[in-house]
Design a protein around this ligand. Sequence first.
Ligand code: PLP
Length: 347
Amino acid sequence: MNETETRKPDFDFENFTFGVQSTDRMLLAAYQKGEWTEYRIAPVQSISLSPLAMCFHYGQTVFEGLKAFRMTDGKINIFRMESHWKRMNRSLERMAMPPLPRTLFMDGILELLKMESDWVIDDPDYSLYIRPFVIATENKLGVDASQEYLFMVVLSPMRAYYNKPLKVKVETDYIRSARGGAGAAKNGGNYGASLLPQINAKKEGFDQIIWLDAKEKKYIEESGTMNILFILNGNTLVTPALSDSILDGITRDSLLKLASEEGFTVEERQVAIEEIVERIENGERVEAFGAGTAAVISPIETISYKGKSHATYLEPDAGMYRLKNKLSAVRKGMNPDTYGWNQLLDA
Ligand SMILES: *Cc1c(COP(=O)(O)O)cnc(C)c1O
């Protein structure tokens, strides 16, 4: 592929499956002898690794997920890029992997996006998903922290589809993460371990799982690979307080800030599953939804706990839709960017 070639004209932006197609170029940088080398941007290609490479054996892999949008004024916005860089470094630290310098992450991704800007089309339902990741590449079978790593970034088109409200099951056997574990890091192993419980729940007719705390199996932690939030009585936003077993979601954080602005009472605290179930059974209005970069919010329709299903509030006037629209308006540049969340690129 030369500088001007692109597969974009052949890509059907209306109809595609998320995550199976990348754009034309990727970013690569290696970590050797204690430092990160200059990044390079190259055509998307397969990489060659020795079967002894440590990423194949001991799980030193960390990733991020963020999005670029075309704003109403034509600029490209990479939403909360700096927060994603900081979180990636927290994940890397937990996995005994070297941090990424700010310039490598920020300048590298901005340059890649500049070259791939044609893939950020102007469509309200479209975004370009950015997947930075780091893998251990030292060739060594002894269990140890790798001395060599590879940082890569790939881009993949994404379309917001109507997300059907989810039927979720409270998982009472498996856990996602325990206190002292690595649940707050976006490392590959957390996701591998969640697949079997997820598949089992699907077989039972559920779309998703609610994870409980590992110790008492009493307090709600997350839903699938999203944070979970509740709106009680239309005016109080409640979400599990962060800990080392909960991923510090940037969507969660954004929604909490916007909810305060909107006049909601915001509570970050322990949320017992019994409390939520009792409130619903007492006829209180309870909204429940997942929050994450991919879908922003995923409304939950029923929560099944110990074999009994409990229906949440889903009417069009639900507060979660108001918060989602408010967040979208900031990202698109239609509302003021009070918190400096938008990283803009003229391209
Ligand atoms: C990525 C992720 C989230 C959501 O984080 P965002 O920054 O909002 O995308 C929540 N939970 C888990 C387990 C995650 O991996």
